[in-house]
Design a binder for this molecule. Structure first.
Ligand SMILES: CC(C)(COP(=O)(O)OP(=O)(O)OC[C@H]1O[C@@H](n2cnc3c(N)ncnc32)[C@H](O)[C@@H]1OP(=O)(O)O)[C@@H](O)C(=O)NCCC(=O)NCCSC(=O)CCC(=O)c1ccccc1C(=O)O
Length: 319
């Protein structure tokens, strides 16, 4: 843990005995708020995204890199994000994942993502997305959404400018969303022949409420970052110049926490909505932790040694 992060955690421990209660005791204000310095991971090659890691702050950064179409995605883009997410999930140096876009607002309108790339929709074969990278035309964006929810590490969507359509749903599927004050959010499917009947509908309704979710889909209006914040669609709004620093603060804070506690909290929050698949993920976490107990090891050893297990020699169940 970096020294300044350590200071913030220490602040939560230093006893005052008589001071009045204050939220400052959480130490959050002491977490450094300078932008994260990332290194490009040279070993990973991508066309539509960039992938960076900060080994100092334990953060991976996955960024859409298609500014000419406002970071709209095609099959290649989604497959690359899925691959990068897998790298970040398996990298023990990484505790937190940032999903964002490479914005240069002097050259292009800022955007997180304008959703599915409409120029990649074929005019033959049913109008699905096809950039030649899949044997049958398809966009595995629903698989990406599921992968984001099953990833045990927290994912922060960092939104500059437009988050529209399928791009909007990707920020929704992230665990947290931090936005700049120039961000704009909305669905457009019913206006242009598309709909997300999965997380884009049900998770949206759980997140912002039934009436608001219907409004987003039925009216296809766009909302400012402040409006999105008020409806609980995002976690915080910052000025453009402060965004990267605040992302640094939030990511560093999460990276200083117990990874297992965060993974269990994420799985539990998702399980409520993800049915058997959500419970199965929680069950997987429990089994992995169980494997590390003397009790589970006794079962394994007994099998390998060709004897009956003696669970009695281990004091008791941990539950
Ligand atoms: C976002 C805008 C309102 C911004 O407008 P403006 O600032 O005026 O910029 P433009 O000049 O329009 O755009 C600049 C440049 O980018 C190109 N572009 C923008 N968006 C897209 C796009 N989605 N696809 C392709 N190209 C795009 C635009 O053509 C310009 O190019 P030039 O060459 O410079 O002219 C505005 O851009 C806008 O409305 N964009 C379209 C938004 C949209 O319709 N998005 C698609 C929504 S549908 C979707 O995302 C579904 C896909 C999906 O994820 C999904 C989810 C769940 C289940 C199933 C699926 C599925 O498989 O379909």
């Amino acid at each position: 843990m970096a020294a300044a992060d350590h200071a913030s955690m220490s602040a939560t421990r230093s006893s005052s005995k008589t001071a009045p209660p204050t939220t400052l005791r959480d130490g959050f204000h002491l977490v450094p708020s300078h932008p994260i310095a990332y290194d490009l991971d040279q070993s990973k090659t991508f066309r539509d995204i960039t992938y960076h890691v900060s080994t100092v702050d334990h953060v991976a950064r996955i960024a859409f890199d298609r500014p000419h179409v406002l970071h709209a995605f095609r099959p290649t883009t989604i497959n690359e994000v899925r691959r990068a997410l897998e790298y970040a999930q398996d990298d023990t140096r990484v505790s937190v994942i940032v999903l964002t876009s490479n914005v240069d607002d002097r050259q292009r309108t800022p955007a997180f993502s304008a959703g599915g790339d409409q120029s990649a929709r074929t005019s033959v074969g049913g109008g699905g997305y096809d950039d030649g990278s899949e044997s049958v035309p398809r966009l595995r964006v629903l698989d990406l959404q599921v992968q984001m929810r099953r990833c045990p590490k927290p994912i922060i969507a960092v939104v500059r400018g437009y988050a529209i359509g399928g791009g909007h749903i990707l920020h929704l599927c992230a665990d947290l969303t931090l936005a700049s004050d120039d961000a704009v959010f909305g669905q457009v499917g019913p206006r242009m022949g598309s709909v997300d009947a999965g997380y884009g509908s049900v998770h949206l309704a759980r997140t912002i409420g039934q009436k608001r979710a219907r409004e987003l889909w039925f009216l296809c209006r766009y909302y400012t970052a402040e409006e999105a914040l008020r409806m609980g669609l995002i976690n915080a709004v910052f000025g453009v110049d402060d965004l990267d620093g605040e992302v640094g603060r939030w990511a560093r804070r999460m990276a200083s926490m117990s990874p297992t506690a965060l993974a269990v909290a994420k799985a539990a929050i998702n399980a409520d909505q993800d049915g058997s698949a959500g419970i199965s993920l929680m069950g997987g976490h429990i089994t992995r932790l169980f494997y590390m107990t003397d009790e589970a090891r006794e079962g394994r050893d007994a099998y390998l040694e060709g004897r009956s297990p003696d669970f009695r020699k281990i004091p008791q169940s941990k539950l």
